[in-house]
Design a protein around this ligand. Structure first.
Ligand code: UD1
Ligand code: CA
Length: 459
């Protein structure tokens, strides 16, 4: 089998994005564009993957990690110049090299595999992936000769009026015979409108050397969308969103309004879960079967068990069990562990806390830095007073404890197993198990007081 290599071009600044963030790091469905490309390319079996970095090199490298080789393009003199930077990694290798732009986040491994197969079957020395664009503005155009074979690529800015009417575009993805590629790159000039070394010029150079040059047209222009500005970024987002949602639906997830549901690329959702409109699910999130999520819910980096219901709420970086109900209007902040059958109700905020099985905080509470046992009932308005302005302290509420409404538990403090805290208490000392703590002023009724008051004021 032929050796296969790949080069991803990711050195550009992305001037047209008008952004401090380097172009290839702009996210599409919560994942940087270049990461989408790397993930898809990595599904092909390759001997080597080389990434050309320049602007934001360190950031791009730390995003992608150690799984590939990096070369630095110090000055961005064009796409041909970019590929040349990989010369010391690749130029002496026998095989086929796939070149992909880091700003085409929708390209799939399936299409790249088809391109590679076509290239290998035709015996071509270069094969260019083309597509028909209804609006080809900005793309390089594919110029074919009378026989219909690819002759060369002309960049939009260099194209004459007649060439600009051509709808077949260069998608920026190609395969080359590796050795011929690096030889041809030496002959690319920068004699063009932009004064850059264009990679597509390699096509014409090889053609003039009488090598076989081929084109492989994909019928999905969408997949080859190049993101140069924020408008194209929004188009990529739409297409990727549709693709992700469709895949979940085909896997057995009900999405009530896919146009208004935002799920990141790497989220896992099991079947018979229903996602209601206005829901955003991000990061490294897993949701098991038969859950109901949303409407209007934001979840990031959470693992969620089965049959859990989360409505109108926010949950981040936490673990949530089976048969849990959360919301409406609850906030689960990072490092929380919510066990099975827990109820977190209206206007309850939980931070860095553990809730044991079956415990409830149904209304209007703040529970932070707390270890709540199982079957605990936190009455309406219960608050863990965890912060003294300098440090945070732990509140422990042991199994089966009952915290009356509107209580303040001033940490560090422990409420023992099965203990009761009377409503309205401000608890500063530990409460032993199975005891009742009343920490509030005793009620005094002054009978007839108002009558006496009224009488005095009339005099
Ligand atoms: C390029 C192609 C064009 C094609 C289009 C497809 C060239 C000259 N033109 O145009 O034919 O239709 O892609 O989307 O190749 N980059 C570097 N170093 C550089 C220049 C660019 O690494 O010196 C990287 C960029 O980061 C980007 C990619 O190469 O990821 C493409 O560069 P870009 O400037 O976006 O090229 P286009 O004008 O879109
Ligand atoms: Ca581009």
């Amino acid at each position: 089998m032929t050796n296969r290599y790949a080069v991803i071009l990711a050195a550009g600044q992305g001037t047209r994005m008008k952004s401090k963030l380097y172009k290839v790091l702009h996210p599409v469905c919560d994942k940087p564009m270049v990461q989408h490309v790397v993930d898809q390319v990595s599904m092909l079996s390759l001997q080597k993957l080389v990434i050309v970095v320049g602007h934001g090199a360190d950031k791009v490298k730390s995003q992608i990690g150690e799984q590939c080789e990096y070369v630095l393009q110090e000055e961005q003199l064009g796409t041909a110049h970019a590929v040349m930077q990989a010369s010391s990694n690749l130029s002496d290798k026998e095989g086929v090299t796939l070149v992909v732009c880091g700003d085409t986040p929708l390209i799939t491994s399936k299409t790249m595999e088809a391109l590679l197969l076509h290239h290998e079957e035709t015996g071509a020395k270069a094969t260019i992936l083309t597509a028909n664009a209804s609006d080809p503005t900005g793309y390089g155009r594919v110029i074919r000769n009378k026989e219909g074979n690819v002759q060369k690529i002309v960049e939009h800015k260099d194209a004459n009026e007649q060439e600009r009417t051509i709808n077949e575009i260069n998608t920026g993805t190609y395969c080359f015979d590796n050795k011929l590629l690096f030889q041809a790159l030496n002959n690319v000039s920068n004699d063009n409108v932009q004064g850059e070394y264009y990679l597509p010029d390699v096509i014409e150079i090889l053609k003039k050397q009488d090598e076989i040059v081929s084109a492989f047209q994909t019928d999905s222009f969408e997949e080859t969308l190049g993101v140069n500005d924020r408008f194209a970024l929004s188009q990529a987002e739409q297409i990727m969103k549709h693709r992700i949602n469709k895949q979940h639906m085909l896997n057995g997830v009900t999405i009530i309004d896919p146009g208004n549901t935002y799920i990141s690329s790497d989220v896992i959702i099991q079947q018979d879960t229903t996602i209601y409109p206005g829901t955003v699910i991000k990061g490294n999130t897993t949701i098991l079967s038969q859950c109901e999520i949303g409407p209007n819910t934001e979840i990031k980096n959470c693992s969620i068990g089965e049959k859990t219901v989360i409505r109108h709420s926010v949950a981040h970086d936490s673990s949530i069990g089976n048969d849990v109900t959360i919301g409406p209007f609850a906030h689960i902040r990072p490092a929380s562990t919510i066990s099975d059958e827990v109820k977190i109700g209206n206007f309850v905020e939980v931070k860095k806390s553990i809730f044991g099985k079956g415990s409830k905080a149904s209304h209007l509470s703040y529970i932070g830095d707390a270890e709540v046992g199982s079957d605990v009932n936190l009455g309406c308005g219960s608050i863990t007073v965890n912060y003294d302005g300098k440090n945070k302290y732990l509140t422990k509420i042991e199994d089966g404890a009952f915290i009356g409404c509107n209580s303040n538990l001033i940490a560090p403090v422990t409420i023992g197993k099965g203990a009761y805290v009377a409503a309205g208490s401000t608890v500063t000392n530990d409460v032993p198990g199975n005891s009742l703590s009343i920490a509030r002023a005793r009620q005094v009724n002054k009978e007839g007081y108002v009558d006496r008051l009224n009488k005095n004021t009339k005099d």
